[in-house]
Structure formats: structure tokens, C-alpha cells
Design a protein around this ligand. Sequence first.
Ligand SMILES: Nc1ncnc2c1ncn2[C@@H]1O[C@H](COP(=O)(O)OP(=O)(O)OP(=O)(O)O)[C@@H](O)[C@H]1O
Length: 406
Amino acid sequence: MLDDVTKRFPGQTRPAVGGLTMEIPRGSIVMLVGPSGCGKTTTLKMINRLIEPTSGRIILDGDDVTGIDGDQLRRGIGYVIQAGGLFPHMTVAANIAVVPKMLNWDKARIQARVDELLELVSLNPALYRDRYPKELSGGQQQRVGVARALAADPPVLLMDEPFGAVDPITRQRLQDELLHIQSELHKTIVCVTHDFDEAVKLGDWIAIFDEGAQLVQYDSPERILANPANEFVENFIGSGAGLKQLTLTRVNEVDLVMPVTANAGDLASDTLSRLQGEGGQNAVVLDERGRPIQWLSRRQLARLDRHTDAVDPKLPVIGNQATLNDALDTMLVSSTGAALVTGPRDRFLGMVTVQTVMEAITAANDAAQQGSSSAPVGINSGVIERSDGASAPVEGDAAPAGQGTR
Ligand SMILES: Nc1ncnc2c1ncn2[C@@H]1O[C@H](COP(=O)(O)OP(=O)(O)OP(=O)(O)O)[C@@H](O)[C@H]1O
């Protein structure tokens, strides 16, 4: 909880963060978004006191931590920055072990923890623990950064543009992994991002800031998309709010369509007759472990004798943790009108179709209108003059005090 926190940098007339009170519900992901320079990073860094507030209090789990030793505080709060912020002269294992070493864990415990965390972030410990950061891809560095932040199992994780430096596909994968990790660990995560879509995808709550960290709206992604507080938020959301709602629904939440499937080695003519019997257009071929390897049309089936075990590298496949937005992207790229969904160990689960996507938009709109959980407290004390002369939003624009979840 930030309690009336202000940060004034020396020589500046207007505060970077002005009288911000913000409740961070335990075990949830809170995304901080807003235009460049609005005070997101300053707000984040005041939580672990990398930046000391000029006034106000930081309260963690009911304890006022504004006065305690900063280093000690930071050992209990994971911190992830862009590109992982890894120490270049240290191996992956040594990077992850930084905080456990400070806490004087013994060697065996540290080693076991490093391997456990590498597994958690989907890196094979045997392959990666002795590498140096420069021997990793951007996405792998970012994974190690997350592993390092989680090393001592802190209840709170702060992330500053964690996925800003990687390509869109890797970013999507890292976001999915973070959600997966969160579903197991239930950390309290505060994350700064430039990317509103990322905020919608990851956030339980989104705080939209204007200059001086003035909270314009602090609410669930569903309600912000369905009912933006004002024009500033509307502009920030950008066009296509309906499409963005697709980011709110995961593939594993919708009913999948099961097409005709066949196994490598089966007769293609059998598959074709089953397909004709069911009125389908395409059949999915699976390998011996149930993973999709080909997706064949009636015409392709008619030309085949038996199904081979060749893997089509261009299959439109997505994991069941992916969002419907990701599914739609995959469909559009492959122009198939459907995406193949895989679950644990890449086993085939079924298909998502355009029809599913259309239904989800309607469902998301209905859900937003009926949303029941109230937003966390978020207000600013006083009104700050914006640099362009207009006055910044006042407290009434953000979620009203007294409706917090705790
Ligand atoms: N160390 C500093 N000294 C002086 N001014 C600073 C310092 N750090 C940040 N500021 C100023 O405080 C304001 C808020 O900066 P902050 O980095 O928090 O913004 P931000 O919203 O994270 O921006 P961005 O999205 O561009 O990273 C800016 O006007 C910035 O210039």
C-alpha cells in the first residue's frame, strides 16, 4: 500500500509522483501504465525504496517499511528489469544465487534452488546454469531475470518493463509463462509497462496514470475496456477495445471444437471417409505422443496413401494458456480460420475457431457490465498543474476510496 506518497526530485517544481495513495491487493498483478514520464518507474522504485519518497508511507503487509534499512527491504522484494539486468561477468547460476548467498544459504540449498527456478522458467538447468548472459537470447536472459527475482521466494515482485526488449512472439511466450508461474505462486506483482495490451493481458488491476502519477482510473481490465473513465483513458486504450477484450479470455476457458484426427501410419482414405461422414473440411494428424503434426484438407487426403510422421513446421498451433487474441493472430497469419490448441507436453486438445472468438467478445462485454468485485483504493491528494497548463484529473476520477478489497 502506498499511503499519500510524494516524490519531488531536486530542482523540479512539480513532483514526479504527487500524493499517491494506492492499495495493492495481495496475490494480484497490478499493472502501472501511462504516457512516458508520468511517474510509473518512480512509483515502482519507491516500493522497494530504490527511490526514497519525499513524503508519505509505504506499508507492506501492515508494516510501515518507510524507515527500515533499504537493503534489507529489497532482499524481501523481487525486482525484474528490462533484459533481466543480469550481471554480465557472472554465470546464470551465480546470477540467480545472488540473494540466497546474501542470506547465507548453504551451497547445496542454493544449487537445488537454482535448478528448481531454471525449471520453473522453462530453461534446462544442465544446459543453462553455467552459461554467461551474453550466451543467452533476449528471452532467455529475461527468464533468468525472473528466476533471480524469485530466488528467495519473496512475496512481492516488482517488474519494470520486463518484456520490453524482446520480439513480439517471445514476449507473448514470456507473458504466458509469467501467468503460469503466477497461477502456482500467487505473488503480489506490480509491473510497469508501456503496452496497454500487455496490461490487459497480465493485470488483475490496471492503474492508468497521467503526469505526476495522477491516477486517472484504477480498475479491472474488463471494466476499463468497457467503461473508460474519460477521454484520456479512451485515447490511451486506443482503437479496437472490443478486440482487446479478446486478450482477457484464455484458450483454456472456451469450448474447443474437436476435428477428425488420424495417426501417422493410418490410411488416408479412412480419414477422408470419416471427414466426409462428419462434414468436416480438414483433419489433424497426430504423432505417437498425441502432438499435432499435419493439418490436411480433403484434397490433400485424396492424394495420400498413408499418413506420414513428417512435421509441418507452419501449423497454426497455440498453447491453451494463450489468449484468444493470440489465437486470432495465429489464424490470420495462417489464413485457416482456426488454430490448433495444445496442452501439457504439446498434446492436441482441439481447435479454436473464428466463431469461438466472436462469441467470446459478446461474453466479455456481458461480464464487464455485471462485474461485482470492487476496485482497490487509488487516489491522489491535491490537484497538480499539468505542464501544459490544464489541471490533472482529481481524485473523483479514479476509483473512490473505501471500496478496497482489503
Ligand atoms: N533521478 C531523477 N532526477 C530527476 N528527475 C527524475 C529522476 N528520475 C525521474 N525523473 C523525472 O520524474 C518524472 C517521472 O519519471 P519516471 O521515470 O517515473 O516516468 P515513467 O512514467 O516511468 O516514464 P517512462 O515510461 O518514460 O519510463 C519524469 O519527468 C522524469 O524526468
